[in-house]
Design a protein around this ligand. Structure first.
Ligand code: UDP
Length: 403
C-alpha cells in the first residue's frame, strides 16, 4: 500500500518530493542494517517503521540481527551503562565474552550490503569483515562522558568504519573518522503515534482500571535503572500530597536487556501500597501505549541518562505537556518553559508536575509548541532524508567537511 502520500498533509509535498529525488540516486545500492533485537527499545522502534518506507522509496534496505547468549547481553548491558557514564565493574573476562560472541557473529553473518549500517555497540566488531563496502556505525547512546576502558575498547573497532553517526552534538568524540549528527525520529502514522478515536482510549483505561476523571501522570519506558522508575514514583508521591492523581508506569523489557525483571520487582515493591499507581507490562502493544499517552495529563521521562528519548517526542506529538530530565537527547526536544519543563531532581520534577496540573493553560501552550517542534525536527521523513544524504556522502567523501 502507498504510504508515502499519507505524510503529505503532515509535512508538506516538497519534503516527499525531496525524498524521492534522493532515493533515485541510491538505486542499485543495498543498505544492510544490523542490530541485536527486532523488539524493544528505540532502535527496533525506528527500524520497524523506516525499512518499509525506504523500500517504498525504492531503496533496497534490509535488516539483520547478530546473535548472542545471556552472558553476552549481560556484558553489552554493562557496556551500555558504562558508556552512559554509570559506574560498572567491567572485567577482562567481560571483554573476552564480547570478543568470543563477536567472533561467532563475524563468521556467521553475511555482510552483503553495499552500505553496512551497524547500530550500537553489540554488533560493532562485525567491521572486521570490511571488504570493498562502506561501513557506518550508528551510536544511539549518550557517550559524552563514557567509561574510558569501554570506550577505548570499542574505539578499536569504530576507527575502522567509514563514518559514525550520533544523536546530539554533545555525544561526538575525538576520532579519526567522519562523524554525522542525525537525531532519531517518530513515525506519526504508526500505531504508536496515529490519531485514535476517544472510545479506543477510554476502552484501554477501562481495561486497566484507570480512572478517566483524575489526572494521570505517565512514564512509558523499559524497566531500566537509567530510566529511574523509582524516582518517578518518588516525584508522584510528593505531588500526591497536594493533588489527587494517578501514576502509570508502563514498560516492557527488551531481548537485549537482562536487568528488566529485577528493576520491575523493585518498582512493584515500592508501588504496592498505592492503588493509584498502575504498573503495566505492554512491550509490543503500540496501540495501548498510544492510548495511554493520549489519556495522560502529563508525560514524564525522568531518566538519569538517556540516548535520545523517543518517548518525549511521542508525547509532544500527541500535544502532551512533558516533564523530563535535562539529559542526553531530551534537551534537543524540550526547550525549557517553551516546549516542556526540564528537571534535575525528584523535587524539581514534582514541582514541575504541580505547576502543570495547576495551570492547564500553560501546560497546553507548552504542549502545542512541543508538537510543532516535533513536526519540524523529529518526524521520520526528516530522519530518512538525513540518512539518505549520509549514504550518498559516503560515495563523495571530498564534499563533506569533517568535524
Ligand atoms: N516502548 C514500548 N513499550 C514499552 C516501553 C517502551 O512500546 O513497554 C517504546 C516507547 O514507546 C519508545 C521506545 O520503546 O518508542 C523506547 O525508546 P526510547 O528512545 O524512549 O528509549 P530506549 O528504550 O531506546 O532507551
Amino acid at each position: 500500500m502507498e504510504r508515502l502520500g499519507e505524510y503529505i498533509p503532515i509535512v508538506g509535498q516538497s519534503i516527499i518530493d525531496d525524498l524521492k529525488l534522493l532515493a533515485e540516486r541510491l538505486k542499485g545500492k543495498v543498505i544492510q542494517q544490523v542490530n541485536s533485537t527486532s523488539v524493544g527499545g528505540g532502535v527496533a522502534e525506528i527500524l520497524n517503521r523506516m525499512i518499509p518506507l525506504l523500500k517504498e522509496l525504492g531503496v533496497d534496505s534490509r535488516w539483520d540481527f547478530i546473535k548472542g547468549g545471556a552472558q553476552f547481553f549481560d556484558v553489552t548491558k554493562k557496556f551500555h551503562n558504562a558508556l552512559h557514564g554509570k559506574k560498572e565493574d567491567i572485567t577482562k573476562h567481560d571483554f573476552e565474552i564480547f570478543e568470543d560472541t563477536s567472533r561467532k557473529n563475524i563468521e556467521e553473518l553475511d555482510t552483503y550490503g553495499d552500505i553496512v549500517f551497524i547500530h550500537d555497540p553489540q554488533p560493532v566488531a562485525l567491521v572486521k569483515k570490511k571488504k570493498g563496502n562502506k561501513w557506518v556505525w550508528r551510536c544511539h547512546i549518550d557517550v559524552s562522558r563514557p567509561n574510558k576502558d569501554v570506550w577505548n575498547f570499542l574505539k578499536g573497532y569504530i576507527k575502522n568504519y567509514d563514518s559514525a553517526v550520533f544523536s546530539a552534538p554533545s555525544f561526538c568524540q575525538k576520532m579519526p573518522i567522519r562523524q554525522f549528527l542525525i537525531s532519531p525520529s517518530i513515525d506519526p502514522l504508526s500505531d504508536k503515534n496515529r490519531e485514535l478515536p476517544q472510545q479506543e482510549i477510554d476502552a484501554v483505561l477501562r481495561k486497566y482500571e484507570i480512572e478517566a476523571d483524575k489526572p494521570i501522570i505517565t512514564q512509558i519506558s523499559r524497566f531500566d535503572r537509567l530510566k529511574d522508575p523509582v524516582g518517578v514514583i518518588d516525584a508522584y508521591l510528593q505531588v500526591k500530597k497536594y493533588i489527587d492523581c494517578q501514576l502509570i508506569l508502563a514498560g516492557g523489557t527488551a531481548v537485549d536487556d537482562p536487568e528488566g525483571a529485577e528493576v520491575l520487582a523493585e518498582v512493584r515493591e515500592k508501588a504496592k501500597k498505592d492503588k493509584d499507581i498502575h504498573i503495566l507490562l505492554l512491550p509490543q502493544n503500540d496501540l495501548e501505549v498510544n492510548a495511554l499517552q493520549r489519556a495522560s495529563t502529563i508525560i514524564m521521562q525522568k531518566s538519569s541518562r538517556e540516548g535520545f528519548g523517543l518517548t518525549v517526542s511521542e508525547a509532544l506529538w500527541k500535544t502532551k505537556p512533558v516533564v523530563a530530565t535535562d539529559t542526553g537527547g531530551i534537551p534537543l526536544q524540550i526547550k525549557h518553559k517553551y516546549s516542556g519543563l526540564l528537571c534535575h531532581s525528584i523535587e524539581g520534577a514534582a514541582f514541575a508536575i504541580k505547576q502543570l496540573l495547576n495551570s492547564p493553560g500553560y501546560a497546553k501552550k507548552l504542549a502545542e509548541n512541543g508538537r510543532e517542534h516535533v513536526r519540524n525536527n523529529f518526524l521520520i521523513t526528516r530522519h530518512i532524508r538525513d540518512y539518505m544524504l549520509l549514504f550518498l556522502s559516503l560515495y563523495h567523501p571530498e564534499d563533506v567537511v569533517s568535524l
